[in-house]
Design a protein around this ligand. Structure first.
Ligand code: ATP
Ligand code: MG
Length: 559
């Protein structure tokens, strides 16, 4: 190993450096992380980064990883999302063992924590409206003004808070505020609201509560209750860290958790925001949260991405403190890397035209052997039927070829992959000039695709025997966004690409594909990697999604 390689392997990201220091100084003697999604939508590739980062840290330091639903906002949350999130995380391979939690399970403890703050004189009930609170809060250049209710006594605050809980007040009539510093340069510290009245039914606690804690108050408590050491979140919470620290300090937790922020993962020209994905789903522009054009985890899975490819992608992206955007081509690189040696390479004709071998005996079929993957002998070989009538790709024949076209044209000899050399003799067209059949003759002495006299052919094309072919539907995808125009229009709407889905209804596959099941994936030679669609494919009518084509202009950046 060279010096250079050693340093890349040993170099640690900034979060690991913080953890190392904490362990060395005895701030913590273990590492305990968590992933805390809000169950208000499906997870996407950005969340995958957070999941694999948190789970990876726990694994690396022999610590623990918790799964926790941050369900403190009852309006947007749904049980459907809870289930999808759990299955996505399991699929990615992150294991929370027996530690699956709901923030709503701690509502009682959060209420007690608020009471503790009131007793310490660190929180008070305010009658200001949301509007007024905003007005009193000041701005980046102006300090805030004291809330006129901030002088209420501890006893009065305890009674009012109790009344808030018992349902005496309507939504917005009263709030509980932390007493911190109205003059703080950090607006988050200007007596933030920590509890609000909201008469709503919660998916877990039903109608037990009509007051709900605010995120900035609830999150540190959740972490502290679970014994989280390193609470990893994204950059937008950096300015909230002083409040996080204030909450865990004032509540006197023996081992206060530490919040660490990292940059969100963004993909260039790709819709990742939950809000936008939701809109596409609700407007019926896509076929649900798992539409293969999306980058939700469910969609990536349905498209044919693997957990390994997503892990590789996240590793290549690294962990950073500054926002940046990654090319979708990098994700494509990762799935090609993962599948290229693992999956069989078989023949499928997507845009078929018939090829007739005029000198091949009518009614005869034979069986030819083909390796499943030339890069991986372990995948073995298979038998492919061959006969007089085949299907080839329409674009593999041209009556009048341009220069450097080495495939079928009258007079040219090409190789039928794994089969014989054939010489094109012409074609049959319909009245409108469409090619209906291509004709050729074969050289029986070239079985396997090579001639005894060593003559060379430049083109090799794939084919499927017409008699035994399986008919399948194939779906080809492009970015749902029109990249030329950018993601958003001036009015904030998305710039959609009208060609993002192309459906090929009548493709022909070699019979070996029979029995392919949901999520099975293959390389279609010369065409790319394809995966059996989990929603629409049936044993008698297979449907495939193209995961990615074979060619790429993507060059992996040097580390
Ligand atoms: P979105 O903005 O897409 O709606 P969110 O941040 O509201 O996502 P949460 O359910 O609150 O979604 O997030 C759960 C965790 O995932 C949080 O710790 C959040 O910081 C992290 N996360 C969300 N988006 C990304 C991203 N693009 N890259 C990395 N981590 C992310
Ligand atoms: Mg959120």
């Amino acid at each position: 190993m060279s010096e250079n390689e050693k340093t890349t392997i040993e170099s640690k990201n900034f979060i690991e450096q913080i953890i190392d220091k904490d362990l060395a100084e005895g701030v913590y003697n273990t590492v305990h992380t968590r992933f805390p999604p809000e169950p208000n939508g499906y997870l996407h590739i950005g969340h995958a980064k957070s999941i694999l980062l948190n789970y990876g840290l726990a694994k690396k330091y022999n610590g623990k990883f918790n799964m926790r639903f941050d369900d403190t906002n009852p309006t947007k949350e749904r049980v459907e999302f809870v289930e999808s999130i759990k299955s996505d995380i399991k699929w990615l391979g992150a294991d929370w063992e027996d530690r699956l939690f709901f923030a709503s399970d701690y509502f009682g403890q959060m209420y007690e924590a608020a009471v503790k703050l009131i007793k310490k004189g660190k929180a008070y009930v305010s009658d200001l409206s949301a509007e007024q609170i905003k007005e009193y809060r000041g701005s980046l250049t102006e300090p805030g003004r004291e809330d006129p209710y901030s002088t209420r006594s501890v006893e009065e605050n305890l009674q009012l808070f109790e009344e808030m809980k018992s349902g005496k007040y309507s939504d917005g009539e009263k709030v509980l505020r932390a007493r911190i510093d109205m003059a703080s340069p950090n607006i988050n510290m200007r007596d933030p609201v920590i509890y609000r009245v909201a008469h709503m039914t919660h998916h877990n606690t039903k109608d037990e509560w009509c007051i709900y804690p605010m995120y900035d108050f609830a999150h540190p408590i959740e972490d502290a209750i679970e014994g989280i050491t390193h609470s990893v979140c994204t950059l937008e919470f950096e300015d909230h860290r002083p409040l996080y620290d204030w909450v865990v300090r004032e509540l006197e937790y023996p081992v206060p958790p530490r919040q660490i922020e990292f940059a969100k993962l963004y993909l260039t020209n790709v819709v990742t925001g939950k809000r936008y994905i939701k809109k596409l789903v609700e407007e019926g522009i896509v076929d649900g949260w798992d539409d293969p054009r999306l980058v939700s985890i469910a969609a990536l899975r349905r498209r044919g991405f693997t957990p390994e490819s997503i892990k590789l992608f996240v590793e290549l992206c690294g962990v950073s403190k500054s926002n940046s955007s990654v090319d979708y081509a990098m994700l494509e690189y990762c799935i090609r890397e993962d599948l290229k040696a693992k999956k069989p390479r078989m023949m499928a004709v997507l845009d078929p035209v018939k090829l007739i071998i005029d000198n091949y005996p009518e009614g005869q079929t034979e069986s030819l052997e083909a390796p499943n993957n030339m890069e991986n002998e372990e995948l073995g070989s298979r038998q492919i039927p061959f006969g007089r009538e085949l299907y080839i790709e329409r674009e593999d024949f041209m009556e009048e070829p341009p220069k450097k076209y080495f495939r079928m044209f009258p007079g040219n000899e090409v190789r039928l992959m794994n089969a014989y050399l054939v010489t094109c003799t012409g074609c049959v067209k319909d009245e409108e000039g469409n090619v209906m059949e291509v004709h050729c003759t074969y050289d029986p002495a070239t079985k396997g695709g090579n001639s005894a006299d060593g003559r060379k052919v430049k083109g090799t094309i794939h084919w499927v025997s017409a008699k035994q072919a399986i008919t399948a539907e194939v779906r080809l995808y492009e970015n749902i966004i029109d990249e030329e125009k950018g993601v958003y229009n001036e009015d904030g709407s998305l710039n959609l690409n009208p060609n993002s889905l192309k459906i090929l209804k009548k493709c022909y596959l070699e019979p070996e594909f029979a029995g392919a099941k949901a999520y099975d994936s293959f390389q279609f030679v010369r065409q790319g990697f394809f995966c059996v669609d989990a929603k629409d494919s049936k044993p008698e009518a297979l449907v495939f999604n193209r995961i990615v084509s074979l060619k790429s202009s993507y060059v992996l950046p040097k580390a």
